[in-house]
Design a protein around this ligand. Structure first.
Ligand SMILES: Nc1ncnc2[nH]cnc12
Ligand SMILES: [Zn+2]
Length: 315
């Protein structure tokens, strides 16, 4: 990665902590927790990271998360991510975590939260990285389950800045979560949602109008709807775009086709993020580097993208 890219101060606004679980740590945690794995070794697991769509990735991502059991596991996961951030001049993070992935396996909510929170606090003190944590609901589960998760989170209200919506997009439109998002907003939480990754532009409209989101996670399919593009530009609604993720999940065939710079030049407030770096081949820095290499991103464009990420912070 060019040094000038690494040196740019940036924020990461779209990162799933569970998606930062590198195969080496996954194997170490499996051993520590005495969990048998279906993969022979780290290389075999890494070789399985070939996906045709979002669902194929999610199946492996949820399987991998099974090694996360103790507060220390969640601490180690988060701490490893923050060290990557430090090395790439990421000075602020607003990561997601998926409580239901863990509570549905019998891991208490507070075990997950305490581990993540302690690492974020240490990251602030020891690495100088500020943060705002986002609790994400799994959209393939019913809204009722999201309500239960929000209820479990309320004793720890101050640990979060907002709620998000992730997992399988197609067939699970934002409108299904209108009431739980209203409840979260009434508690003073910000709202964000994955929309327009694999799903159609209509899902972005719903996320804006019904969930009243402050940022769109992905949103690359907005470009198919001119009226939506105009609104996003007029209202300067940030998009947290994840280029390497989009290639790995076949949203675009190759990086040369990605629309992030076209959006940037049209005045969309796009940002660069890694989504699930352990699975998609790189952290924020590698995402910037891929745009430079395959789309000819200039230094001036990189600076605008980095500034956008700092401007689009919610914390
Ligand atoms: N890219 C993505 N889209 C939807 N849900 C996710 N969970 C983790 N990564 C995701
Ligand atoms: Zn995501």
């Amino acid at each position: 990665m060019p040094e000038w890219l690494n040196a740019l101060p940036k924020a990461e606004l779209h990162l799933h902590l569970e998606g930062s679980l590198e195969p080496e740590l996954l194997f170490a945690l499996a051993e520590r927790n005495q969990i048998a794995l279906p993969w022979a070794d780290v290389e075999t697991l890494r070789a399985a990271y070939a996906f045709n769509n979002l669902q194929e990735f999610l199946d492996l991502y949820y399987a991998g998360a099974n090694v996360l059991r103790t507060e220390q596991d969640f601490y180690d996961l988060t701490w490893a991510y923050l060290q990557r951030c430090k090395a790439q001049n990421v000075i602020h993070v607003e990561p997601f975590f998926d409580p239901q992935t863990h509570t549905d396996r019998g891991i208490p909510f507070e075990v997950v939260l305490r581990g993540i929170q302690q690492a974020l606090l240490d990251g602030e003190k020891q690495l100088g990285i500020s943060h705002g944590l986002i609790l994400s609901f799994l959209r393939h589960l019913p809204e009722e389950e999201a309500f239960k998760t929000l209820e479990q989170a309320m004793p720890f209200r101050d640990a979060f800045i907002g709620v998000g919506l992730d997992s399988s997009e197609k067939g699970f439109p934002p409108r299904l979560f209108e009431r739980v998002f209203a409840k979260a907003r009434s508690e003073g939480l910000h709202a964000v949602a994955h929309a327009g990754e694999e799903g159609p532009p209509e899902y972005i409209w719903e996320a804006l109008d019904l969930l009243k989101i402050k940022r769109i996670d992905h949103g690359v399919r907005a470009i198919e709807d001119e009226r939506l593009m105009q609104r996003i530009i007029d209202e300067q609604i940030p998009l947290t775009v994840c280029p390497l993720s989009n290639i790995k999940l076949c949203v675009f065939e190759h990086m040369g086709q990605h629309n992030i710079l076209e959006m940037l030049e049209r005045g969309v407030k796009v940002t660069v993020n890694s989504d699930d770096p352990a699975y998609f081949g790189g952290y924020v820095g590698e995402n910037f580097a891929a745009l430079h290499e395959h789309l000819g991103m200039t230094e001036a464009q990189a600076k605008r993208l980095a500034q956008n990420s700092l401007d689009a912070r919610l914390a």
